[in-house]
Design a protein around this ligand. Structure first.
Ligand code: 4AZ
Length: 244
């Protein structure tokens, strides 16, 4: 995150740190007791589930404490429309945590899911939402950070699809946000939340996905629009185990 500030412990209790394989890192967002939403492009090389670790309740990058819980992964699921040939087109994945003694997440002060939006939920242009992550704090940084938070405004879709911004690389299943005051997501923040608050409740409105660099003038960050996938998410995470 560029231009943010250090997040206080427990203020983003849905943040998940995903260690994928030997050298890949992404963020994710806890949306129910066993499911984390992240970016599909973090998984497009089809990593073995046995090589993925999910840490909840984490504040400092790579540091576990008595407030953190580490999970293995049971499986991950891409939307049917996802293609490895264009991994930022439907850039969302569902990651199922492995149960420990019959349950996944035990809610604590530091670990709690975010709300999923209703499929009709919208936030107006220039609405202020929040991004969080352990990613680079400068475009040319070479290390991850402690958890940072920053406010970004929803960028008008009609402007985002102008040729001088992103043209047809941005689709109606994406949301653009940011561009002012050098505040943006950056490498390592992918998969984390664009969280928007309505009536004091935080909703997962976007998944940090891509952008031209970080914090460049006129180049907002691009987020997967969760509302476009929320029916799919609900059918999977609410799927009852087979009865027999
Ligand atoms: C990345 O590489 C990345 N400025 C994520 C978000 C943005 C750029 C790059 C948006 O994961």
């Amino acid at each position: 995150i560029l231009g943010g500030s250090s997040a206080l412990p427990g203020t983003h209790p849905w943040m998940a740190a995903l260690y994928i394989g030997d050298d890949s890192f992404c963020a994710g967002t806890l949306v129910s007791s066993c499911w984390v939403v992240s970016a599909a492009h973090c998984f497009f090389r089809s990593p073995l589930v046995s090589k993925i670790r999910v840490i909840l309740g984490q504040q400092k990058f790579n540091v576990t404490t008595s407030d953190t819980t580490t999970f293995g992964v049971e499986k991950y699921i891409f939307p049917d429309r996802f293609s490895v040939f264009n991994p930022t087109l439907h850039d969302i994945v569902l990651v199922k945590l492995k149960k420990q003694d019959g349950h996944c997440v035990k809610r604590t002060q530091f670990i709690r899911p975010i709300c999923l939006p209703d499929k009709a939920m919208t936030f107006p242009d220039y609405y202020c939402c929040q991004i969080t992550g352990w990613g680079h704090m400068h475009e040319k940084a070479n290390k991850y950070s402690n958890l940072q938070e920053a406010g970004v405004r929803i960028f008008p879709f009609e402007r985002c699809i102008q040729p001088e911004v992103y043209g047809n690389h941005v689709t109606s299943n994406m949301v653009c946000a940011g561009t002012d005051r050098c505040v943006d997501a950056c490498q390592g923040d992918s998969g984390g939340p664009l969280a928007c608050v309505k009536d004091d409740v935080s909703f997962l409105y976007g998944v940090i996905s891509w952008g031209d660099g970080c914090g460049k003038t006129g180049k907002p960050g691009v987020y997967t629009k969760v509302v476009s996938y929320v029916n799919w998410i609900n059918t999977i995470i609410k799927r009852k185990p087979k009865s027999r």
